[in-house]
Every structure is written in C-alpha cells, then in structure tokens.
Design a protein around this ligand. Sequence first.
Ligand code: NAP
Length: 454
Amino acid sequence: MIKSINPTTGESVKSYETYSEKGVDKIINSVDKTWCHWRSTSFAHRSQFMQNLSGLLKSKKEELAHLMALEMGKVIKEGVGEIEKCALVCDYYAQNAEIFLENEIISTEAFRSFVSYQPIGTVLAVMPWNFPFWQVFRFAAPTLMAGNTAVLKHASNVPGCAIAIEELFREAGFPENAFRTLLIGSNQVENVIKHHAIKAVSLTGSTPAGKSVASISGSVLKKCVLELGGSDPYIILKDANLEDAATKCAAGRLLNAGQSCIGAKRFIVENEVYPEFVEYFLHEMNSAYFGDPFDAETTMGPMARFDLRDELHQQVVSSIEKGAEVILGGEIPHRKGAFYPPTILENIHPGMPAYNEELFGPVASVIRVNDEKEAIKVANDTEFGLGAAIFTSDLKKGENIAEMQLEAGCCFVNDFVKSDPRLPFGGVKGSGYGRELFTQGIKEFMNVKTVVVK
Ligand code: NAP
C-alpha cells in the first residue's frame, strides 16, 4: 500500500494499492510496444503533443500546486512556479529537440560518414518528492522528444502527483503507453531495472539510493544517470555586497523549506566581514513566515515528511553536542505538522553533521574562514559536488574561482544556484554523474551511432 500523508496536519490523504509484479511486467511490455512505433514518428508529431502538454500544465497550474501542497507541503506560490517551469521545459524541447539531435556530418575518406542520434527504448525514471513535477518533466520532456518512452517510479509520499503526471501525458494526446507511472515501492525497483525492455535508468534522489541503483544497473550493463544530494557551499568574500549576498543566501536556503538538492547549505564567510554578513543573514532568515502552505502569506511550509523533519533535527542536535552554536531556530515547534523553523548554526567544524552531511531542510551552517584560499579549501572539503556560489564584487576573480577552483557541476557568481533548461545540470563526486537539460540532457539516452558509407 502506498499512502500520501498531509504533512501540515499529519492526516492521511489517500491510499493506493501497490502494483503487482505481474501488473508491472504488463505495463512495461506495453510501453516497449509503443516505443516500436513512437521511435519512428517525426519531431513535428512529437512536438505537437509536447506543446499540448505545456498548454495543459499552464491551464492546471493552480490545481497541481494544490496537489503538491497537500502531499508534500509546498507553498502554493512555489508550486505554481514549479508547474510553469515544467511547461517551459516542454516548450524548450518541443522547439529544440530536432536541432539538438541533427546528424553530424564528419569528413573522412569514405563517401559519407556521420553521427546519428537514435532512441534506445524505454527508460526508467526513479524520482524524489521535493519537486514532484519538475524532477519528472525535466527528464520526461527530452526523453519523449528524443523518441524514447518512459516509466516512472515516483517517491512513495507523492502517489497523487505520480498519477496526475501520467494523466497529463494521456490528456495531451501522447499514445496511451508512451509514459506510464508504476506505483511500486523501492524494493521493486531492482526487478524493473532488470526487465528486458528497460534500456536505461535515471535516478534523482539520495546518495544511498544512487549507489543501489547504480550497482543494480551495472550488474546488467544498463546506463544510468544519477542526480544525487548536495551540500552546496556559498562563499562570501570580503569585497561582496553583503546585503545582497545575505538576501540571496537566505532565499537559496529556504526555497522549498530547504529541501532542494541545490539548496545553499554551507555559508563560508571571510573573517573580516563575518559579523556584518551574519547580521544581514539572520535578519533575512528570520523574516520567513512559516505556516500553512495553502495560506497566501506563507513563505515556507512544513517539511515533506515527519521522519525527514526528525532526521534533520537529529543532525542539528548532534552538531550542537559537538560544539555548534544556534543563533536562530533549532527547536521543533509545538504545533501540528512536520514543521521546522529557519535555523542558523555557527562555530561549525569538521566531524559535525552540519559540516559533513547534507542538511535537507531550512538549516544553515555558517563557517568563518581567514581568507579566500581557506574558503575554497572548505568549499571543496565535501563528498558532494552539485552546486556552489561565490559572492564578490570582482567579477573576474569570481569567474575564475567558479570555473577553475570549485569542485561542482554548477557554479554561480553573485546569485544562488538554479536549474534552467538552457544550461546543463548535474554534479560531480558524490552528487552523481551524467547531465540533464540543454543538449547534454537529451543526448544521455541515445545511441550515438556512427554511420560510414563507402
Ligand atoms: P530518496 O529517499 O533517495 O528517494 C528518491 C527515489 O528513490 C524515491 O522514488 C525512492 O522511493 C527511491 N529509492 C530510495 N531508495 C531506493 C533504493 N535503494 N533502490 C531504488 N530506489 C530507491 O531521496 P528523497 O528523500 O526522495 O530525496 C531527497 C534526496 O534527493 C536528497 O539527497 C536530494 O539532495 C536529492 N535530490 C537530488 C537532485 C539532483 O538533481 N541532484 C534533485 C532533487 C533531490 P521511495 O520513496 O519508495 O523510497
């Protein structure tokens, strides 16, 4: 049984029967059968459905934002923004897929030689709950436009969103089995990966889930793309505009109640400007109004699940036991719901969860350093490598640090890290491998075929 629980009230929303192994096998075979003709449809044909899908998303954005608020506590305004971004990624690939996948003519001694991008078949997506629509659409739009088909195993706390996504594809006119949702638990994923009709896997989620999926995929030689966790460092140099930096750092930390892989997590501040930055930052973090996600005034809702809230609090408590100091929040509020307040910890050192682990909630670790060199060393002193940011008024220096010195897949200067269909997205080190979005995203699940005509 898969259940959705409203994290604002703790009440059960709806329960769903888990699909049986036989049912899953039948769906995957149908999706595979659909691929046999979907693969040879034209880009113009696929693009029409993708544009329909974009239109549907736009027309249903309020309704879908309500569903997210109900199942995982996202505030309505952020939910509407998420659905608009899904429409954007559909439009982007509807317009650009054909251009991205054009044959590349290569000059050799043959009569003709070229590279052709051919679809590989049905791809399994294992997805998280934190952006229940965006994570799926940024995978599905390029995948379907490329001529592949897809099955989705969504996180177990957002089954309503998972079903809504399948229905959106159908309503947009895609073939019945071009995109299907599998309501299954994580213990059923292994059999799906090993199914003969599944050709590759895309997982967005935690590092342990990534390791498990990668080892199963490896055992059957199927490619996987892994978008995993992060502990993004934000460096604040002494020549930064501190007020602007503090505003962006707080926004980057509190978005989605702090539950974002590219959330700002560690704030590394040069000694000289530390007190001033912390004062601005404290003000910004303290200005968040957390409460009912359905309330228009609310800027931060509850966390998505009670167990995740309790896990986060345990990381805070353990950091405090090891010497961290709380300058904001740090206590579970006495109210119904999986709430956790904006929290700032300082005096952070290696060995504390607030230094070494991903804090997947509204908790900021502020770290004081002596100079730029130490800041970069601390920024890279992590098993993760997803996003990173640097704040400085010297743009040339910022660009050099971003490009050459930070070990991360996405580095921003003077802004918080965001995903954008026009730019590749992904990580290095423990944050995974492979890329989503832009041309790299659509080419991940293609047969890069060499054709030589003598
Ligand atoms: P999670 O627990 O790893 O779950 C993600 C998905 O993987 C869910 O569908 C889950 O199913 C499934 N899963 C979990 N363990 C599995 C296993 N051993 N084998 C196969 N499937 C498994 O992560 P989450 O709590 O939903 O999401 C938070 C994590 O995702 C954070 O670490 C965050 O940084 C990361 N994330 C990364 C990105 C990125 O783009 N890099 C984006 C968003 C989130 P069940 O729900 O049924 O367990």
